[in-house]
Design a protein around this ligand. Structure first.
Ligand code: SF4
Ligand code: SF4
Length: 535
């Protein structure tokens, strides 16, 4: 791997270059995809991107509304603003993150263990800019130069040698969007340092202090979420329309009544989906309705703004935004007086609601649980009865990072699959050692410029290898149906892109979908196949 590596020092981030570190080689995939992508062909940069945005890091563009300064004064002001923002990151007011940030910056032994754990670094056969610590090395150098006596006095001798200008800062901002925030690197670090967290701190610096974030996450994500009630733009009226349509459609397909209770006060469970499910994968919320009905669960949906959309894009880039959304989610739950909130199949909603929200809502917090533990409880109690022969095709499981590594929920989903399928194939490595799907931290919905090439061909590469390996020789056989169980809406979004890019369904009869759809398909009470590819 190392002979391909283009050795870059932190100060090279400011080196003059049209493209500092282009992706010229990708780690090969197993057969039959072994001849694809080398050398990789990416969408060409367009003239207008070159004029306005920063394309000079690796040739990809994540930040679609960065604007080049039109005068030296504008550039100087931009640089000053950035330096001030770096100072704020290391101030005591950043109290929740200051200690782990300082530890990650100060105590790295440069052992490189984290690099080998990072799927983006290994997918590019070891390209230096994708080392997890390349970002911390740059941040350390900038902090030293502008905020420590040794850096100010001795500069280059202490590694405080990065020259700041618009291009360098913009490259650094882009670099914060070459990481899925999956924290696999943090898990392997012998010193417990967390470069995933550090990367989010850099994103936060740019968003909170400089107003720079991908528009798909901020303008077309968080802002719409807070304005319309859902990041999809779906209003309450549209939600009710959709629900009615799904009820009719699914009742017709399944021959059983599918019903969504809404705004039921005092219910045991408020179920919060990623609202994208209602629009893109309606069979998923319908499957929850069928399972909860069959098991006799007392549950409801909320039609309050944000109450029907559990996503929280702030988790990926901004503390102020995550807090606003998390607080509104809790308000919706309190208003209905439910006993608990259950998060549907959405990984980052798990993180935002079950890990982060209770640290922000200090009073009257309503307990938040994962759908996986709830569903497993229903299976264990015998409230859902399966005929696994209805799912008699090979199934493998993708572990969403936020649910598995972040929350430690590993076994419930496996036990459920084993109860309702005949041929479960474990992905390796799995559980807390899983690899990100490649769509984590917002990548699955970031399609501006040529960024979709980066997600499908680079960030998702290791996941594709895992899927292929899990199915072994059966992968290439189009006569064998294969299913990748993906219990996360965001990860499904990534699968949609990945499957489209490599034509995985057309060529190899490979399918993906949620866990609840598999469960409904295997219910003893299900008369007709629920999974579309079996219909
Ligand atoms: S594993 Fe930890 S100590 Fe080693 S290089 Fe990575 S962050 Fe530094
Ligand atoms: S958080 Fe994940 S994607 Fe980011 S550097 Fe670490 S291992 Fe790589």
């Amino acid at each position: 791997m190392t002979d391909r590596r283009k050795a870059l020092r932190p100060k090279d981030i400011s080196a003059p270059a049209e493209v500092l570190s282009p992706v010229e080689h990708l780690a090969p995939l197993p057969a039959p995809l072994d001849t694809e992508d080398n050398p990789p062909v990416f969408t060409q940069l367009k003239e207008d991107w070159l004029d306005s945005r920063c394309c000079s890091l690796d040739g990809f563009v994540a930040l679609d509304y960065l604007k080049r300064p039109e005068s030296q004064e504008e550039e100087d002001a931009f640089v000053e603003k950035f330096i001030t923002a770096v100072g704020k990151l290391f101030a005591s007011t950043n109290n929740n993150f200051l200690q782990p940030l300082n530890l990650t910056i100060e105590y790295c032994a440069k052992c490189d263990t984290c690099s080998e754990a990072c799927h983006i670094y290994t997918a590019t056969d070891g390209q230096d800019i994708y080392r997890p610590i390349y970002r911390s090395e740059i941040l350390r150098s900038i902090y030293k130069k502008h905020f420590t006596s040794s850096g100010k006095l001795l500069g280059n001798f202490t590694g405080a040698d990065i020259e700041l200008n618009w291009e360098t800062i913009a490259r650094f901002a882009e670099l914060a969007y070459r990481c899925n925030l999956c924290r696999r690197c943090a898990q392997v670090c012998p010193l417990g340092l967390d470069n995933g967290m550090l990367t989010r701190e850099i994103r936060k610096l740019f968003s909170q202090e400089m107003g720079i974030a991908p528009s798909s996450l901020h303008e077309r994500g968080t802002v719409i979420h807070l304005d319309a009630g859902s990041s999809t733009g779906m209003t309450k009226a549209a939600l009710l329309d959709n629900i009615e349509f799904i009820e009719e459609d699914m009742s017709e397909i399944t021959g059983r009544e599918v019903h969504f209770p809404v705004d039921k006060e005092g219910a045991d469970i408020l179920l919060m989906h990623n609202a994208g499910e209602f629009l893109t994968w309606p069979e998923n919320p319908a499957a929850f309705a069928i399972l909860f009905e069959e098991a006799g669960v007392d549950w409801t949906l909320s039609t309050d703004p944000l109450g029907y959309d559990g996503v929280n894009y702030g988790a990926w880039y901004d503390d102020a935004q995550i807090r606003k959304i998390a607080l509104t989610h809790m308000e919706a739950a309190k208003k209905l007086g439910v006993k608990r909130v259950v998060v549907g199949e959405c990984g980052h909603a798990h993180k935002a609601l079950a890990v982060s929200a209770d640290r922000m809502t200090l009073e009257d917090t309503i307990p938040v649980e994962s759908n996986l533990t709830i569903l497993y409880g229903l299976v264990e109690e015998g409230r859902l009865k399966f005929d696994p022969s209805k799912n008699d095709f090979p199934v493998t499981l993708h572990d969403p990072c936020n649910i598995v590594r972040q929350m430690g929920i590993v076994q419930p989903q496996r036990e459920i699959i084993k109860a309702c399928c005949t041929d479960y194939r474990e992905m390796s490595p799995g559980g807390v050692d899983n690899y990100c799907c490649g769509g984590g931290s917002g990548f699955a919905i970031m399609h501006s410029g040529n960024f979709a090439d980066f997600t499908s061909m680079v960030a998702a590469r290791t996941k594709l290898r895992q899927i292929m390996t899990a199915f072994g020789d059966d992968f290439a056989d189009p006569d064998i149906i294969k299913y990748v169980c993906v219990p996360c809406s965001n990860c499904k979004g990534m699968m949609r892109e990945l499957f489209k890019h490599y034509k995985l369904t057309q060529k190899y009869n490979l399918h993906y979908g949620g866990l609840t759809e598999l469960m409904v398909n295997a219910l003893e009470s299900t008369k007709e196949p629920y999974l579309e590819f079996l219909q």
